[in-house]
Design a protein around this ligand. Sequence first.
Ligand code: NAD
Length: 341
Amino acid sequence: MTHRVTLIPGDGIGPELAEATRRVLDESGVSFTWEVVDAGEAVMAQYGTPLPDHVLESIRRNRVALKGPITTPVGVGFRSVNVTLRQALGLYANVRPARSMKGLDSRYQDVDLVIVRENTEDLYAGIEHMVGRDAAESIKIITREASERIARYAFDYAVANGRRTVTAVHKANIMKLSDGLFLESCRTVAAEYEGRVEFQDRIVDNMCMQLVQKPEQYDMLVAPNLYGDIISDLAAGLVGGLGVAPGANIGLEAAVFEPVHGSAPKYAGLNKANPTALLLSGVLMLRHLGEQAAADRVETAVRDVIAEGRDVTYDLGGKAGTSDMADAIIGRLRSGSASPS
Ligand code: NAD
């Protein structure tokens, strides 16, 4: 069977990472037809928007997309393409695994976290306005429906993937209504899974400290949008940095897989950036498509190349370029020498 997938290379380092990832996934044993569509800075002049309608239509049609990072101008201009995509396609769950890998220079060797971030509301709803000339107001939206939906996603994921504990992250001691509603919704859903998945909660500031000091004690985290965004970068830092952190945005009608990192403009076109985060996003996509064996093969080949430490990019202490690292991973796949993880 051939999978038809929308491929959005993105801005900055995106195109070179997308090319490397496409080459590796084409060696995974799974057949893909890539529908390549451009979004971001590159298409602004041509379409007058960074997110032309045909990009959304392509994702709606194929139901699955692999996406490179897209630049968001700070403070001015268009809203983030990434946030708009998630809202337009109802991609309500952002799933970001952070797992230690042999060969990565990090403080911990035994981190295995999955962060489930609510993706559609909170302060990212984009409801902001000036109050007079010298004050600005941003409105934080938390609903029972979205909070219960994300909690249910986290618990279902825990059951399906044999995870033991879900920790809800909040600041309900201060934001008693909004974060209070999020916490209450998580507790309601947790009760349905009693005996199968354990539940606990942490205040977000304490959560950050705990993650820095003893990340191995945590399993899955579920958080509203803003805390989830911050905590997933923190977790990426615990296991080797942004260059190796993948992500998935899941909705009822479509799924978009993308790295946690951004477009890193200063490295654009230099064949320097690490392709691992987009590649591992591709592994999450393979799993979503039901291609478990191919996903295992690619993940193992990536892990082996990183463990060996020779053909890795600058951020992992190596000298290899983006394309060299992809070549080394392809070499592993072709020789069938990827050891089981
Ligand atoms: P960034 O993630 O692009 O880069 C921060 C630093 O992390 C880089 O300077 C680099 O040192 C390192 N880095 C990131 N990815 C790497 C990789 N693959 N290999 C090696 N090193 C890597 O963050 P930023 O500079 O804050 O953001 C740049 C742009 O990307 C902004 O416009 C931002 O809005 C956008 N962004 C997009 C997404 C997305 O598309 N989902 C996510 C985050 C940021």
